[in-house]
Design a binder for this molecule. Structure first.
Ligand SMILES: O=C(O)c1cc(C(=O)O)c2c(n1)C(=O)C(=O)c1cc(C(=O)O)[nH]c1-2
Length: 232
């Protein structure tokens, strides 16, 4: 009886999390235009340069989670995310791969790294995500990473769109997205294990769901700011 009740509560919790797919940024008009091949080279460049600010800050966000997390088993797996983005030596890691994407779309490394193209709304949204991870309970920060449940479908669609429509971009520049196709499912599976383990009460589960809503807002706000700067 207790068992059945627990399973049902966990299932509806997972459903509530997964239902956020509806609010994911793949539905944003800018992403829709990107995946339909309707963006110009300057618009693609604007997106790549702005998204770099997100990439740059993901390891700091994950380090904030590590610093707040008392569970050694969780830390052992979570630390992998930082290594994935930073690499361990020069020339490796997701941030480097994103810089190469920048080069492939015609942006000099320096102009991506120094953030000169980053618009205020993107900076504000990314900073809010890092602050959330620093200041909220670590399990909520883990829950906020669960947008990655929805990322692989978008990555696959994006890869196909780039190969089909944006043939002016050298295919080697897309390595970042290929790597995320493997990493995102592994990461989101772990994050889902953690939140289902730690969020048992209705209140804890509601806070996890709210954290994921917040993160959907972060991603959506970034797209709004990019859209405003390069499309409208
Ligand atoms: O391009 C995208 O649409 C997209 C979305 C997300 C996401 O859903 O948060 C991430 C990424 N990419 C990504 O590359 C990445 O490394 C990443 C880390 C995280 C996170 O919250 O910890 N999300 C994402």
């Amino acid at each position: 009886m207790t068992m059945t009740t627990t399973v049902t509560a966990t299932d509806s919790f997972i459903d509530a999390l997964r239902s956020h797919a509806r609010r994911y940024h793949d539905h944003h008009p800018f992403h829709v235009a990107m995946n339909e091949g309707r963006l110009s080279p300057p618009q693609i460049r604007g997106w790549v340069a702005n998204r770099f600010y997100y990439q740059q800050n993901i390891p700091r966000k994950d380090a904030a989670i590590l610093s707040n997390c008392p569970d050694r088993e969780v830390r052992r797996r979570w630390i992998r995310r930082i290594v994935d983005h930073d690499g361990t030596v020069g020339g490796e890691g997701g941030i480097e791969a994103w810089l190469r994407l920048g080069e492939a779309v015609g942006l000099a490394r320096e102009e991506v790294e120094d953030g000169r193209h980053v618009v205020p709304g993107v900076r504000f949204a990314v900073d809010a995500y890092v602050t959330f991870a620093r200041t909220r309970p670590w399990v909520e920060a883990v829950a906020s990473s669960l947008t990655e449940l929805f990322a692989p479908d978008l990555m696959a669609e994006r890869l196909a769109a780039f190969e089909r429509y944006y043939t002016w971009i050298d295919g080697s520049g897309l390595a970042y997205f290929r790597a995320r196709l493997r990493q995102a499912p592994r990461d989101s599976e772990h994050a889902l294990e953690v939140v289902t383990e730690y969020c048992r009460s209705a209140e804890e589960q509601a806070r996890a769901v709210a954290a994921l809503s917040f993160k959907c807002d972060v991603l959506w706000s970034m797209m709004d700011a990019i859209d405003r700067a390069y499309v409208e």
